[in-house]
Design a protein around this ligand. Structure first.
Ligand code: N01
Length: 549
């Protein structure tokens, strides 16, 4: 069923994006009686899970956690077949949610929002799309995602390449068969590491072009044990509540009790071995209290992983290249893999060090580095995204007072709570920069933000306000707090997408909030309980425009 347009062409809320956050926003705002319209660039729901269809794509949070909590029937009835959800399985789930809660009728697919302009006289947003549509709404809700702006490097000669090239974040829906081909994968972040073992099984030869070695831990994926599923489901409501009282928004991992420095070498070895055998990133980071705070403690975990790599990879030179050494473990997003390091023991896989011998260009027949030519039939760019700010800056977001997001965020994002931006009234972000979104269980983060936004909108409507805006002082305080919290950790030491280091020319600013979900949610709740402290409200001149229903 296609999306309905009200007779006057005006909505209460426009939602940009129909991924996990956008879908829940439709549901939640609709329940308040709001007339909503979502725009989605893809021809289906799912966001990240719609676009990232590369081989081996799978979530790194366990599937019983990585799911919506807003409906107990849904969480009880849905069966996750494996410990970690595959991309097709997660997309099937999101489609099920869209159908089950009848969300599609408010979504306009194949429609990209190009521009959003705020009118301070009527307190409305006017949104224009690439399909030539113009709509107006009181609220604009950006559910645009944090890793939704794929970026391939500007390499000279790519247009001359005679083979095919792909980006993991824009994977063809029909899939790609690499059988018998000479394939090059550029990039060894999560997307590269997940796809490399699968591509290696198909390709005649696979060349992995690695600039920096990353840390990958074994996922230890298994079919879902029935007893685990039933035990989890029996405690779902309690577990969901408990998740908000954890640093990463994921319950079920016993918090560490002591520092790595307090443990003996033998104890550490036993602990790390147990975590390695268990699989997963949170449990590994939970080995000790200070792995993300103290470099010396962190070194013990990093060295453990390097030893594992050296014992797994048979060729010592390749093993050494794969050993991460430029950042403390966990300060870049930890990767979970299945047989990644083992893949380098295959005869048809070659690791190419482009850190010391960079890519010089692409030729019709393949790729040239500083010291060799590689004949290729296909190139996969697993080179990541313009993370956290890219999607917001792709849209021309402005106000009639002459402000624009592109200008305001020129030196990095500035927000209050990662939800609103001073100067941009009635514009909400779901898991925006300076919120813990990407450092937590994303679906929980989306639900928390949408619930907060929905409560806020209800508050405004109950009091007849048509405008809410973050105060500049509140935004300044939040930015400073965000940096202070990050500076207490080892995170800023890494050249990660958290600081925009993967995009040439992007200002180096630490973007996610790493004070933990517990502290963050408490702050958001306090702000709301104090009548939305740090925000100011107003009524508009033309109240009839958006008379409350
Ligand atoms: O991207 P990345 P990703 N020349 O930015 C290299 C989430 N995710 O798509 O480290 C050569 O991490 C770059 O090298 P370097 C997850 O949060 C989750 O893999 O910058 N190489 C790096 O190796 C993740 O963190 C899941 O030196 C270049 C790689 O490309 C995030 O998405 C799965 C280059 C990019 O790694 C992004 O992951 C997938 C250049 N010019 C993704 N530019 C799961 O849930 C970049 N690189 C499991």
């Amino acid at each position: 069923m296609s999306a309905r347009t009200p007779e006057n062409g005006r909505f209460d809320a426009i939602i940009v994006g129909a991924g996990v956050g956008g879908l829940y926003a439709i549901r939640r705002l609709r329940k308040l009686g709001l007339n909503v319209r979502a725009f989605e660039a893809g021809d289906g729901v799912g966001g990240t899970w719609y676009w990232n269809r590369y081989p081996g794509c799978r979530c790194d949070v366990e599937s019983l956690e990585y799911s919506y909590s807003f409906s107990d029937e849904l969480q009880q009835e849905w069966h996750w077949p494996e410990r970690y959800g595959t991309q097709p399985e997660i997309l099937r789930y999101i489609n099920h949610v869209a159908d089950r809660f009848d969300l599609r009728r408010d979504i306009e697919f194949n429609t990209r929002v190009k521009e959003a302009v705020f009118d301070g006289k009527t307190n409305t947003w006017t949104v224009k799309t690439d399909t030539g549509k113009t709509v107006r709404a009181r609220y604009c809700i950006m559910a645009t995602g944090n890793l939704s702006t794929p970026r391939k490097p500007n390499i000279v000669g790519l247009e001359s390449f005679k083979g095919k090239w792909y980006h993991t974040g824009l994977w063809p829906h029909e899939g790609v068969d690499f059988t018998g081909l000479r394939v090059g994968v550029v990039g060894t972040g999560s997307s590269g590491v997940q796809s490399i073992p699968i591509i290696a099984e198909q390709a005649k030869h696979l060349y992995v072009f690695q600039r920096t070695a990353n840390v990958s831990l074994p996922a230890r994926n298994v079919p879902m044990p029935p007893d685990k599923e039933s035990a989890h489901k029996a405690e779902y409501p309690e577990r969901r509540r408990a998740a908000y009282d954890t640093p990463f928004g994921i319950a079920g991992y016993p918090p560490p009790m002591k520092s790595a420095r307090e443990a003996t070498q033998e104890e550490r070895l036993i602990d790390y071995e147990a975590k390695w055998a268990e699989g997963g990133s949170i449990s590994f980071l939970y080995s000790y209290t200070d792995l993300l705070l103290d470099k010396e403690s962190n070194d013990t975990a990093s060295e453990f992983v390097r030893r594992k790599i050296r014992t797994t990879v048979k060729d010592p030179k390749t093993a050494e290249l794969l050993c991460p050494s430029d950042h403390p473990i966990g300060t870049k997003r930890l990767i979970l893999d299945t047989d990644y390091y083992e893949t380098y023991n295959r005869d048809n896989v070659t690791l190419v060090d482009i850190g010391s011998k960079p890519i010089h260009g692409i030729m019709p027949t393949g790729l040239r580095t500083a010291d060799a030519d590689y004949a290729l039939d296909a190139i996969v760019f697993a080179t990541g995204f313009d993370a956290m700010t890219g999607a917001m800056k792709e849209i021309d977001i402005r106000t009639d007072a002459g402000l624009s997001i592109r200008a305001k965020w020129e030196d990095g994002p500035r927000t209050y709570l990662g939800i609103m931006i001073a100067g941009f009234a009635n514009l909400f972000m779901i898991t925006g920069p300076q919120s813990p979104g990407v450092k937590s269980q994303m679906i929980l983060a989306c639900e928390q933000h949408v619930d907060w936004i929905a409560d806020c909108v209800q508050y405004l409507r109950a009091r007849g306000f048509s405008r809410i805006e973050a105060e500049q002082e509140a935004e300044d305080y939040w930015g400073q707090h965000n940096n202070e919290v990050a500076d207490r950790t080892l995170y800023p030491l890494a050249n990660s997408w958290y600081v925009g280091a993967n995009i040439p020319g992007k200002p180096r600013v630490f973007m996610p909030y790493v004070g933990g979900v517990t502290a963050y949610k408490k702050k958001c709740d306090e702000v709301a309980a104090k009548g939305y402290e740090g925000f100011r409200f107003d009524r508009c001149v033309d109240e009839q425009l958006f008379a409350a229903k």
